[in-house]
Design a protein around this ligand. Sequence first.
Ligand code: BES
Ligand code: MN
Ligand code: ZN
Length: 495
Amino acid sequence: MEFIAETRRSRRARTDCAVVGLHEGGKLPPAATVLDRALGGRLARIVAQGDFAGRAGETLLLPDLGRGPAARVLLVGLGASRSWSRRAFRRALATAAQAVLRSGSRDALLLLGSEAVPELDAYYRARYVAEAFGAARYQIPDLKTARRPPAPRLARVRLECADRASQAAARRGLAHGAGIAAGTALTRDLANLPANVCTPTYLGGAAKRLAREHRAIRTRVLGEPELRRLGMGSFLSVTRGTDEPARLIVVEYRGGRTGAAPVALVGKGVTFDSGGISLKDPPGMDEMKFDMTGAAAVLGTIKALALIGAPVNVVGIVPACENMPSGRATKPGDIVRSMSGQTIEVLNTDAEGRLILCDALTYSRRFRPAAVIDIATLTGACVIALGQHLSAVMSNDDGLAAELLAAGKRAADGCWRMPLGEEYQEQLKSNFADFANVGGREGGAVTAACFLWKFVDGLKWAHLDIAGTAYLSGAQKGSTGRPVPLLVDYLLSPG
Ligand code: BES
Ligand code: MN
Ligand code: ZN
């Protein structure tokens, strides 16, 4: 799908579908007056007669308008002007995108008006447009035997801008939004695939494909003999129970200055988390195929950066394995030696994410990173604390934490800071090893982060717990693609 920023003067005359936003009890936006004149005042009459109220979520499609400037007009309700916000704008865009795709139009012209959302500039408005159309187009890679509905015909979305300056900003926003949408779609595809398809080997293949598609990307995939040579006893203890071979995937994106220190993104890639010997309860266990979303978000973020041509260096590090029970599996009480040399008593084999991440964090040091961010569906406790709306961020660096919080706001992919602290770290005490891998039920998201904190000595580090935000359950079950927008926004903003 192609996205174009136009001004009224540059714009081509006719469109398949003009999209007009209207507030509740409001008038037609100035951007739509020319169109309305060509339609003989029909839009204004529809509004005056109360046939379209402009409520949030409301749409009205006027089809078959003949030879005029638009073959169709889609009216989209924006809700009350006084509750107009970033969130309302994004919801209206999602509604509009779905309706445009349903209409079968080949091209759409957005006359959203310059209804200013106070916090949004032309760049973000345009970026959200591209993200919304990308998301509306997304289809789960399914294995249903019924024939798929044909791909939507929409090939071009044009956004009308007020002037040249906003056109230039919108052009950037649309390009970045399209990149984010493509990266998010990759993340969602990988996460939505079942664990019998999306194995550690499959993830390695997806990372290699990225390197084939983009010149700025290089991928290396390490196997178990190399992991043993590196001394990753903690990572290897998780994969012991499965027959599926583990992988350490290293993806480098070089878009910045040569020699500039990279940001390291470390993603949890547990392609299925049964809990291991500390087996999980059956209800909802299928959702543990999503336990590699951190890994998928690393690959999706790097794909987005490459499409955008972002001027940064990033190294993605993905420890990928399954967590399964078997006669060879790690048992509660087993003690393992991490790559850092620290020993860990594995009291609960279901706290496996931290066991693979700690060795990946140690490995990240060889890239001398400017900052390290790990991304993981790490704890159920995080879901209890923050629900499905915000990811948790824990960091040993106030500046980095603040940057991630701000990026999350701008990207509408929010996070909330939670603490680290020695008092929490003490919950990890062990009589038999340097520390244990669990610290009890209380403060479970924080003690998990505190475990990782023991491996980032001297690094500028943040941890994103995305257990609540990575996927939806119930009727809407599926990957959200979060936190790709947040990570891309952070990496695009000058430090
Ligand atoms: N992958 C899970 C965390 C999780 C739970 C993600 C629910 C998404 C939804 C993780 O490996 C896990 O099992 N964590 C345990 C830790 C506990 C044993 C200390 C948990 O949260 O129960
Ligand atoms: Mn687990
Ligand atoms: Zn897990």
